[in-house]
Design a protein around this ligand. Structure first.
Ligand SMILES: CC(C)(COP(=O)(O)OP(=O)(O)OC[C@H]1O[C@@H](n2cnc3c(N)ncnc32)[C@H](O)[C@@H]1OP(=O)(O)O)[C@@H](O)C(=O)NCCC(=O)NCCS
Length: 144
């Protein structure tokens, strides 16, 4: 997903407002979830959101989402936010996050997510890490 940072997206010092970037992360994740499931999905969770470098007014921003793992009715999505240098096309990582989306059926309830095919070692690593995070989250929930 590509966006242009306009004055209405900025804070008092002329850099992109965090809430706008968060909204773009949500939209980009939602598109990835919808492409995978063919259905509407809702945001259940946002984790590990980190703003690593400022993005200035006039910058082109590129967001990339990928499904890390598909569970029963939910999926973990990783999003990278990069600033694109207008003249050179060079990209720099400015923010990243992980989101969890839940696939919603026609009855308005969570419904199964199609399996995710892991094709590369990187795919398998990302999926295994997501499974581990989910186990930790569920264990923490169970003990609270
Ligand atoms: C997300 C939501 C649909 C889950 O519904 P629910 O009745 O709690 O459903 P379940 O308990 O059966 O959970 C369904 C799945 O969501 C996951 N889930 C629910 N809450 C979660 C959370 N806070 N973090 C991560 N995953 C979560 C569960 O682990 C489960 O995953 P699985 O099927 O892959 O094992 C519901 O909480 C909701 O509608 N929340 C509001 C969503 C919203 O308005 N988002 C903003 C606008 S898009």
């Amino acid at each position: 997903m590509t966006e242009l940072v306009l004055p209405q997206h900025t804070n008092a010092i002329g850099t992109a407002f965090g809430g706008v970037i968060m909204s773009w992360i949500d939209i980009c994740s939602s598109i990835a979830a919808k492409r995978h499931c063919g259905h509407v999905s809702v945001t259940a969770r946002v984790d590990a959101l980190e703003f690593k470098a400022p993005i200035k007014v006039g910058d082109v921003v590129r967001l990339t989402a990928r499904l890390n793992a598909a569970f029963k009715t939910s999926m973990e999505i990783g999003v990278r936010v990069e600033r694109e240098h207008a003249e050179t096309g060079d990209r720099a990582l400015c923010a990243d996050a992980r989101t969890t989306f839940v696939n919603i059926g026609d009855d308005g309830k969570p419904c199964p997510v199609p399996p995710l095919l892991a094709e590369t070692d990187e795919d398998r690593r990302l999926a295994a890490e997501a499974v581990h995070r989910r186990k930790r989250r569920l264990a923490a929930k169970g003990s609270s």
